[in-house]
Design a protein around this ligand. Structure first.
Ligand code: COA
Length: 249
């Protein structure tokens, strides 16, 4: 276990905190693996009724660690942990709540498409620069974003890579509430406790009905993943990754 993911239980609430502030919570393979295990363990544990994703002040997540992308782009192995995490996320049996402050890039945005409630602060910007990186949408976002945002909103997010600041994200239906920075965690955890206090069987049936058949989602995550891996080895992606790695601040 690294300290980049901190798992905490508060009664029936399982908190999964991304905690790599020096890299703006860029997610490494080890972090994906720990988050996948936590989701599976929480789902299997009757004492857990809700999962909560949190980040650190100013950074929910800057997305996949670009050095890990570079490893695959240059012929190395990897990616299984991402796949495990995405499936665990799409498969969750229990509600998922997120509290997002500041940077929410790539998977830092697309995680929230799987959440039942997302709280965000006014300074939060959701952004998915997949295409600018020579990549394609992931985490089932090519399926979920059009459902949530409509076709044109999804294209603005996933195709153009436009930033959705908190108020726009709220108006677009991407998030549940905008709350002040110093209230974010309290509001997120209060909602989680409210969820945990509901009759769990009825809530599970209601949530499953709202989610519908998830087989299309699993299939989409798989197809996106195949494109994603292939794209990582493309000239477009390599050039974008080299540009990030060698940028001058
Ligand atoms: N992977 C690896 N390292 C990352 C990272 C990522 N996705 N995002 C940020 N970092 C690192 C930076 O390299 C920097 O490390 P250093 O201090 O050792 O140089 C550190 O985190 C702080 O980032 P910095 O760029 O200085 O912070 P910022 O506030 O100026 O900008 C971002 C934050 C998120 C806008 C910018 O870091 C960025 O664009 N990151 C890439 C996001 C991305 O494309 N993610 C993949 C999506 S698919």
């Amino acid at each position: 276990m690294s300290d980049h993911i901190v798992i905490e239980r508060q009664d029936a609430v399982q908190i999964i905190r991304m905690n790599r502030p020096d890299k703006k919570n860029a997610i490494t393979r080890a972090m994906y693996a720990e988050m996948a295990s936590a989701l599976a363990a929480g789902d299997a544990d009757k004492a857990v009724r809700v999962h909560v994703f949190l980040g650190v002040p100013g950074a929910f997540s800057a997305g996949n660690d670009l050095a890990d992308f570079m490893t695959i782009a240059t012929g190395g192995e990897g990616g299984g942990e991402v796949w495990d995490f995405l499936l665990a996320l799409a498969r969750t049996e229990k509600p998922v709540v997120s509290g997002v402050d500041g940077i929410a890039v790539g998977i830092g945005t697309t995680i929230n498409l799987h959440c039942d409630l997302t709280f965000a602060t006014p300074r939060t910007v959701f952004r998915t620069p997949f295409v600018d990186l020579g990549l394609v949408p992931e985490a089932g976002s090519s399926l979920l974003a059009p459902q949530v945002l409509g076709r044109q909103g999804a294209f603005a997010l996933l195709g153009l890579g436009e930033g959705f600041a908190a108020e726009r994200a709220l108006a677009a239906g991407l998030i549940y509430k905008v709350v002040a920075e110093d209230e974010l965690e309290a509001a997120t955890l209060a909602a989680a406790r409210d969820i945990a206090a509901k009759p769990p069987e009825a809530l599970k049936i209601a949530r499953d009905l709202m989610r519908g058949d998830r087989s299309e989602l699993f299939a989409r995550i798989k197809v996106e993943g195949e494109h994603f891996r292939a794209r990582l080895k493309s000239d477009e992606a390599r050039a974008a990754l080299v540009a990030f790695m060698t940028r001058k601040k």
